[in-house]
Write a protein that binds this ligand. Structure first.
Ligand code: UDP
Ligand code: MG
Length: 335
């Protein structure tokens, strides 16, 4: 994690693209877009980013008026707001990759952030200062989860522990509020997997990285798109995308149960030989149920990996951009 030695020449701030994935955010965008723009201007004034910096809104196939709001923003803000629309809803991670891939040819550095102003915009100053100091990736790290429910806090903490136990290199409490240089994104473009778990992939790309702490706020308006079921899905996706350790755990479990079974068999034979064998309904049923459960669970885990392999071999595009607003189309639109 040591800073990169080749520095930007003094007095030449980088062009910044703030990448904002938006799904059904018509209630939030009119409130947060001015905040993003204000932030961009203050960063320009401080000399942390260049004049041609912009916010790129990615409409993730919204079903409400989000795209017309983005188009209006692109019209009004004269180059400081751009929009890209995905042909359908592909989920937060895909929308984010779409935005980052769009932005990398247009800007020197990108910062990805949610549309709902839950992540403190002022952390961008620190991120850009770190970039100026030579870091290519800067993770926004939540230092205060007091606005989350105790349940979300507890499960999140347990989850990071499990991830690190399984050997996945994920920055603790860092979500998708992150600075990445175009250089990192150029390398990231070669990570072509369709099972995306971005916060686990960026550490794999490497390059000097650091963290900036911030406090996470409540959602300004509208509702979270991550109910418990989606959160659990993302969590399981993260584990199975980053680690094959669960498969090894299954092997270990199989070994332990085999050894116990072997001892059980000897015990059965001895009991039978001593003439003490009685009809053992309860123990037999318990063992059958227990083994059935374990086998199904293990099959499920193995099946998840097989399913992922299946999706990866298809290598379908992760997103398709159907419309753009506020800039000339770039030559590539599929990834
Ligand atoms: N989002 C998206 N596609 C989806 C769901 C969410 O682009 O299918 C965006 C959403 O507009 C927001 C970000 O992802 O900018 C995070 O979503 P949300 O705030 O609902 O999640 P939470 O902060 O509760 O985890
Ligand atoms: Mg949110």
């Amino acid at each position: 994690m040591s800073p990169h030695t080749i520095q930007e020449p003094e007095g030449a701030p980088p062009t910044l693209a703030i990448v904002v994935p938006c799904y059904n955010e018509e209630e939030v965008l009119p409130i947060t877009a001015p905040l993003f723009d204000e932030k961009l201007q203050s960063l320009e004034l401080k000399g942390l980013c260049a004049k041609d910096s912009f916010v790129l809104y990615v409409d993730d196939g919204s079903k409400d008026g989000t795209w017309s709001i983005i188009r209006a923003l692109a019209r009004q803000m004269g180059g400081r707001a751009r929009g890209a629309r995905l042909s359908r809803n592909r989920g937060h991670q895909n929308a984010l990759v779409g935005g980052l891939m769009e932005a990398r040819g247009l800007a020197d550095v990108t910062i990805s952030i949610d549309a709902d102003d839950q992540d403190d915009l002022d952390a961008m100053d620190g991120m850009l200062e770190a970039y100026r100091d030579g870091y290519e990736v800067v993770y926004g790290v939540r230092n205060d989860r007091s606005t989350d429910t105790a349940f979300k806090r507890g499960t999140a903490q347990a989850y990071y522990k499990v991830l690190s136990l399984l050997g996945a290199d994920v920055v603790y409490n860092a979500a998708d509020y992150r600075l990445a240089s175009s250089r990192v994104l150029d390398e990231f473009a070669d990570f072509e997997e369709v099972n995306l778990y971005l916060r686990g992939l960026f550490p794999l790309v490497g390059f000097p990285s650091t963290t900036v702490e911030y406090a996470r706020n409540e959602r300004l308006a509208g509702e979270s798109h991550y109910p418990l079921s989606k959160m659990l899905g993302l969590a399981f996706d993260g584990i199975t995308s980053l680690s094959t350790r669960p498969l090894q755990i299954i092997v270990g479990l199989g070994l332990v149960i085999s050894v116990i079974s072997f001892i059980g068999v000897i015990w059965c034979v001895v009991t039978a030989l001593m003439g003490n064998a009685v009809a053992g309904w309860a123990s037999t049923t318990a063992i059958v149920c227990f083994m059935g459960g374990i086998q199904l669970l293990c099959l499920g885990v193995i099946g998840t990996y097989v399913g992922k392999t299946y999706m990866e071999t298809k290598a379908r595009p992760r997103y398709i951009i159907s419309e753009r607003a506020g800039y000339e189309p770039s030559p590539t639109s599929e990834h």
